[in-house]
Design a protein around this ligand. Structure first.
Ligand SMILES: [Zn+2]
Length: 264
């Protein structure tokens, strides 16, 4: 019962966030799009739909089942020491976010993983739909790692759901083309990842791209020395230098991109 409810919460957050950010982007966009929004949406959401169907069939419920299993059998690191429940939830969210940071960094540093992750970075305009533009290969590998982490940590269903919800909303917000007041960005940046921080990560300049890997918390980039902030925001060109021809960035091209010639 709880599992079914939480799965509804996740779906509501995903679609609610998508529609909310899209509407606000249309009213107060950060940048005027250089490519038709509709065209990009068809590509990005086409990819999302394909991924969701396959992931549901292959991993459908595997993460949920793992969380239920470790909770029932009191397994994992979090169940080895007595601690308040709220602390367990907090550690789950923070630890999963740190692991996501490491995984994201590896996606940039390892040429094999970059083949898949570049699909996300080849979007030449950023908006809320960019947050779901990923290659199935990347999502499949990360789903396997996530299952392993839930098992290791002994994370329960609520903890995993809070993490996933924060992850979705955070990614939708920092990919969105939203005009956010600078003072708000500055305050938000102290703890979390605002759009300006992630925009630098989507720059064509490799030295800017290989920075700001955080998803929920900005802490990991700050502490581990991968944060870049002094960049003139208006001059950032978004995309991957070797994949700049929009005609070659259709849905089919994106699906085979990991197996095509490597591009930095
Ligand atoms: Zn990236």
């Amino acid at each position: 019962m709880l599992e079914a409810n939480l799965s509804w919460v996740r779906m509501a957050v995903f679609f609610g966030g998508l529609i909310f950010f899209l509407l606000v982007e249309l009213v107060i966009p950060y940048r005027r799009p250089s490519i038709s929004k509709l065209k990009r949406w068809l590509i990005n959401l086409g990819l999302t739909t394909f991924n969701t169907v396959v992931l549901r069939l292959v991993f459908g419920g595997a993460i949920v089942a793992t969380a239920a299993y470790v909770t029932k059998n009191q397994m994992g690191v979090l169940n080895m020491v007595a601690m308040p429940y709220w602390l367990k939830l907090l550690i789950t969210v923070a630890f999963m976010d740190l692991m996501l940071y490491v995984w994201h960094l590896l996606n940039h540093e390892m040429p094999f993983l970059w083949r898949f992750h570049r699909v996300h970075h080849t979007d030449k305009n950023m908006d809320v739909s960019t947050a779901t533009r990923f290659h199935l290969g990347e999502l499949s590998i990360s789903a396997c790692i996530k299952i392993g982490l839930v098992f290791f940590l002994g994370a329960d269903l609520l903890g995993v759901t809070i993490f996933e919800t924060a992850l979705v909303l955070s990614a939708q917000f920092h990919h969105s083309s939203l005009k956010v007041p600078w003072w708000f960005e500055r305050i938000f940046w102290v703890l979390f990842v605002p759009p300006s921080m992630h925009r630098i990560h989507h720059s064509v300049k490799i030295r800017e791209r290989d920075s700001n890997y955080g998803t929920i918390f900005s802490l990991w980039d700050r502490v581990l020395g991968t944060m870049v902030s002094r960049v003139e925001q208006n001059k950032i060109i978004i995309g991957v230098g070797g994949h700049f021809d929009q005609k070659k960035l259709g849905l089919q091209r994106l699906l085979v991109m990991p197996f095509a010639k490597p591009v930095r």
